[in-house]
Structures are given as structure tokens and as C-alpha cells.
Ligand binder design. Structure first.
Ligand code: FAD
Length: 456
């Protein structure tokens, strides 16, 4: 008899809540990873760097597990069908995993849980992806917050409520690492896996599908490291708004796929930078919003924003996507995104605002474009960031506050360092003039938003 552990957005052996619980549950633990066809088939770029990233992380996990005398089962297909096969083929008392809060994942997991129940296996999911989930930081009347500042105050209080001793320092229970490494000897050995097969002549499948067999090619896009200098985090508050400075951690992709533990980084941030910790709280906040208001995945939190009459212009959208708007800070951001899969947070705000306010194009187009391109793409944070920029979200800037891309450049890239790094023709005759006049665009935006939101 086995226990399965299903890796998803938690591709690491250390400080892994669900794996820790599985290893302590008593049976040999067989880890599984599934390349989900339903997700992969929707990707348009054969060289999608996120697929290469996951592939490499899974291959590395497999090696680590082999060194420990175990192995990782890796499949490619529909997870529901694969779990049906696995739970039919093996005697397993349970499937352990970490909770994924996106609607698609919630429905998929409910289907797997139902299959498990039919096969007499339990299904256990644990909080790992966030520090505090959608039910843990509530107003006094037990309803969810929709404004960040009071949410973050309560979040901090909640963290401090449960302090435990680690050596001679007090650590919050919520940030304390799960000592997974102590129990790795409970991983299943190949012999134990064979014995758990219900049919005597079957053999376990430990093959690793290649990127090519799944329809992808290796991307050579740069992936930022998992470790960040303490000095960078210490100076984060002063540097984080300047896109030409290496002042942000670039850990987004690692948080997205769980190759680093969010608890570990938050614990370090507690003593190094309040501001950095606050950004991690934003991440929990947007995840909470998606958990508690799942309709935001399909439309604005403030539903009256659905009445805004967006313009329809493929030509303008193309100029925005490719970085040819004639506003150098916008163009630099879009070109950085296209070339590297990363865009600095300040510039994400500027480019998003420019699309939805200056160009008056539907923000869902921009949200989808970021989803396609960002290495750190995360449904909750991307959706939250876009809704914030448009003004239709929870803790959103009011619609009449319109970022001025020229002033933003003067404040955050005063010597054009960032712009020159990404827009080589800036300052020459080949650089286009602004595609729309700022004053005109501002007034048009105010009028159209006002009309759309009137009396609704
Ligand atoms: P750092 O500045 O080093 O921050 C550390 C971590 O804190 C980030 O990795 C992230 O996990 C979290 N964080 C920081 N700022 C925010 C924020 N405003 N909201 C939520 N979490 C935050 N973040 C994503 O992780 N995925 C996205 O798809 C995404 N899309 C965005 C779209 C728009 C329009 C905007 C305005 C913001 C978006 N963000 C998104 C938030 C933020 O821009 C990125 O998290 C950040 O730029 C990633 O770079 P970093 O890892 O160097 O972050």
C-alpha cells in the first residue's frame, strides 16, 4: 500500500507542507507530477519558457529523489484520466497535495477526489502556496477584506498571534518551515511501488516524457536565480521603483511554481525589509480575492466597469504589444516583456494604464497578453494588477487618476537609462511620435469612463 504525493505549484522537497504531511502519514510515499495537457495545449509558443522551466524543475526533482533511493512518476495527459489509471493500478490509501486556488484547479481536484473516493483512497490538500489563505484574514464580522491596508494590518496581527520558539528566537507558526527533510526516508522505494501494484505482471512507469514529445522546444530565456542578496532586500524600499536599477528580487517565477518556499522568503523579509514583506502580503491579498470572489477571473470586481465602451483597434493594440506607441517608457516596458518574459512592476502599472486609459482598449486584452508573456504569470496577481490599473478592482486607484507616462518617466527613469536599454532607436528619426496626444487621451478617457459608469 502506498500514499501518493502530487506535485503541482510546489516543485521542491524542502519546506513543502503537503509532502511533509504525506511523509508523516505512515505509508511509503510515491511522488507524482503530471504535465497537464489541458493547460499545455492552450499555449501558443512552442518555446514557452515556463514549460522549459517546469520541465527542468521536474527533471531536477526526479534526480534528487533518485539519489534518495526513490523516484518521481511523471505523466503527460489529462490529470483526471491519469489519476483514474493510477488509483486503479495501485493500492493507495491516499493522495496528498497542496491546494491550488484557481477555479480550473478547484474543479479538477474535486474530480480527482471523487475518483479517489471510489477507489477507497482519501484526498488531502494543504495550504502551501500562500502564507495565509482566503479564510484566515477576515474582518471582525467574518467577511473578506476588499481593501489592502486593513487587510495587511490584520495579516500582520494574525502572523504574530502564533509564535513558536525555534532555538532562541520566536518564529510565527505561519512562517516556520516544515522540516520535510527529516522524513525523506519515508519516500517509496521502487520495490515498494512494485508491490503496491494490484496486477502482478504490471510494472511501474518511471519514464520522463521529453519536451518534444509534448510539442515543445527548449527555450533559452534567462531564468533569475532562487537566491537573492540580503543587501538587495535591505535596500528594496529605496530601489524598487526604478526599473533601470537591479532593485527587485525577480523571484516571481519561483513563487509561481514553488521552486522556493514563500514562508522562507517572508521569514527573511521580516527582519530585512518591511516593504518587501508588504509585497508578499499583496500576493496573499490577490490570491484571497480570487478565492473569495472567483468571478473576477471572468470580469471586473466592480461590475459597472463592464459598461465602458472600449475602442476596437487591432492596429493600436499591435503598437502597444510591440512597443511602438511613441511613449518611450511604455515601449521600453513592452520590449523588455517581449524579450525577457519580465517587466518591472512600476512599468507594468504604466503600460497597463496606458492600454486601458490612453488607448481605451479593453483591459482583458492586455491581461491576456501579459498571461502569455510573463514568466511569473499568476492568474490572481495578474488579474489583480490589471484591475487595479484600470480602477475596476478591489483596492483600485479611482478611474480619474490617470498615469501620465511622461511624468512617470521623469520620476522613475530620469536619465533614460531603462529606456535606452530597451528602445535602441530612441532619440533618432526612426522613433515614432506619440500615437495619441496625452491631453486628448486623458480627456477622452475621463468622458468615456464617466459615461460608462454613470448611474450604475
Ligand atoms: P519583487 O518586487 O521582488 O516582489 C517580490 C514578490 O512579491 C513578487 O515576486 C510577487 O510574488 C510579490 N509581489 C510584488 N508586487 C506584487 C503585487 N503588486 N501584487 C502581487 N504580488 C506582488 N505578479 C505576479 O507574480 N504575476 C503576475 O502575473 C503579475 N502581473 C501583474 C500585472 C500588472 C498589470 C501589475 C501592475 C502587476 C502584476 N504583478 C504580477 C505584480 C508585480 O508586478 C510582480 O509580482 C513583480 O513585478 C514581480 O517581480 P519580482 O519577483 O522582482 O518582484
Amino acid at each position: 500500500m502506498l500514499t501518493f504525493f502530487w506535485f503541482r505549484r510546489d516543485l521542491r522537497l524542502t519546506d513543502n507542507a503537503g509532502l511533509y504531511r504525506a511523509l508523516k502519514s505512515g505509508k511509503p510515499v510515491q511522488p507524482v507530477f503530471i504535465f497537464d495537457r489541458l493547460i499545455l495545449d492552450a499555449l501558443t509558443d512552442q518555446k514557452d519558457a515556463r514549460v522549459t522551466f517546469i520541465f527542468d524543475a521536474v527533471a531536477a526533482l526526479k534526480k534528487e529523489l533518485q539519489v534518495l533511493g526513490s523516484d518521481l512518476m511523471v505523466f503527460y495527459g489529462n490529470p483526471i484520466e491519469i489519476w483514474q489509471k493510477l488509483l486503479t493500478a495501485y493500492s493507495a490509501d491516499a493522495v496528498f497535495t497542496n491546494t491550488d486556488y484557481e477555479q480550473y484547479a478547484v474543479e479538477r481536484d474535486a474530480a480527482v477526489q471523487a475518483i479517489a473516493a471510489k477507489e477507497n483512497s482519501a484526498f488531502h490538500a494543504f495550504k502551501d502556496q500562500v502564507i495565509l489563505d482566503g479564510g484566515e484574514v477576515l474582518k471582525d464580522d467574518e467577511t473578506p477584506y476588499t481593501v489592502f491596508t486593513p487587510y495587511s494590518k490584520k495579516w500582520r496581527e494574525r502572523i504574530l498571534i502564533r509564535l513558536e520558539w525555534a532555538g532562541d528566537t520566536a518564529v510565527s507558526f505561519y512562517l516556520k518551515p516544515y522540516p520535510t527533510e527529516k522524513y525523506l526516508s519515508n519516500l517509496a522505494k521502487p520495490d515498494e511501488v512494485r508491490q503496491a501494484l494490484k496486477t502482478a505482471d504490471a510494472t511501474p512507469d518511471f519514464s520522463l516524457p521529453s519536451l518534444e514529445s509534448m510539442g515543445f522546444k527548449r527555450s533559452d530565456l534567462y531564468i533569475p536565480p532562487k537566491t537573492v542578496a540580503r543587501s538587495l532586500i535591505k535596500q528594496y524600499k529605496d530601489n524598487r521603483n526604478y526599473p533601470s536599477v537591479e532593485g527587485v528580487s525577480r523571484l516571481g517565477i519561483h513563487f509561481r511554481f514553488g521552486t522556493v518556499s514563500i514562508r522562507e522568503k517572508a521569514l527573511a523579509a521580516q527582519s530585512l525589509s518591511e516593504t518587501y514583506l508588504s509585497e508578499l502580503i499583496w500576493r496573499d491579498f490577490y490570491s484571497m480575492i480570487l478565492q473569495r470572489f472567483p468571478y473576477v477571473e471572468k470580469g471586473p470586481f466592480r461590475k459597472n466597469y463592464d459598461h465602458i465602451q472600449w475602442r476596437d483597434s487591432d492596429e493600436d493594440f499591435e503598437k502597444w504589444k510591440t512597443g511602438h506607441t511613441g511613449y518611450p517608457i511604455v515601449d521600453a516596458g513592452m520590449r523588455q516583456l517581449n524579450a525577457t518574459g519580465f517587466m518591472h512592476n512600476r512599468v507594468r502599472m504604466i503600460t497597463a494604464s496606458f492600454l486601458a486609459k490612453h488607448l481605451l482598449l479593453n483591459w482583458r486584452l492586455g491581461e491576456a497578453y501579459f498571461a502569455e508573456k510573463l514568466l511569473d504569470y499568476d492568474l490572481a496577481s495578474n488579474n489583480g494588477g490589471w484591475q487595479w490599473a484600470v480602477g475596476c478592482g478591489t483596492d483600485a486607484a479611482p478611474y480619474f487618476r490617470i498615469f501620465n507616462p511622461i511624468l512617470q518617466q521623469k520620476t522613475f527613469d530620469p536619465d533614460f537609462k531603462y529606456i535606452r536599454a530597451w528602445v535602441s532607436e530612441f532619440g533618432t528619426d526612426t522613433y515614432p511620435p506619440p500615437m495619441v496626444d496625452h491631453k486628448f487621451a486623458r480627456e477622452r478617457c475621463l468622458r468615456v469612463y464617466r459615461e460608462g459608469l454613470q448611474d450604475r
